[in-house]
Design a protein around this ligand. Structure first.
Ligand code: NI
Length: 151
């Protein structure tokens, strides 16, 4: 363990306290540790650009703004090899929330995710990088046979 002293502006400190209250944290160290883990894991993954990974990219956008809905669909088709699934929900008359699950090399997945998030008009974009399951994890055919078939 190392002991660090950090300085936060009032607004950030208040946001941290609110976050702690919402999520039931009783000490600041624990809350800050959990907040840092995701970004640090992403940063670590980014150092291995060829490593296979999964990513969950989420963003809100106004589908009518400068043809944004169409542009996002085109971008996804251009990167279809990275796409695993997309969830789209219409939040109101104008706003859509999309969650895209991607799989591929870290560098490609990050480039595509950044491109989606940076499209003009996209709001609240965020990405989580997750390690991809190992391809040699287990034998699917053996697994299916043991379970009595069914694929
Ligand atoms: Ni929509």
């Amino acid at each position: 363990m190392q002991r660090l002293t950090i300085t936060l502006d009032d607004e950030t400190a208040q946001a941290l306290d609110d976050h702690m209250a919402t999520h039931g944290y009783s000490n600041r160290s624990e809350a800050i540790r959990d907040l840092l883990r995701g970004p640090l894991r992403d940063a670590e993954a980014a150092r291995e650009p060829s490593m296979p990974c999964m990513a969950v990219v989420s963003y809100i956008y106004d589908h009518g703004e400068r043809d944004l809905g169409r542009r996002l669909v085109l971008a996804q088709h251009e990167h279809h090899a990275l796409g695993v699934a997309t969830l789209h929900t219409h939040l109101d008359h104008d706003l859509c929330l999309e969650v895209a699950v991607l799989r591929g090399a870290v560098a490609e997945v990050q480039d595509f995710a950044q491109a989606l998030i940076r499209e003009r008009g996209v709001r609240f974009g965020g990405m989580n990088l997750l390690p991809a399951p190992k391809a040699d994890g287990h034998d699917h055919h053996h697994h299916a046979a043991a379970a009595g078939g069914g694929g």
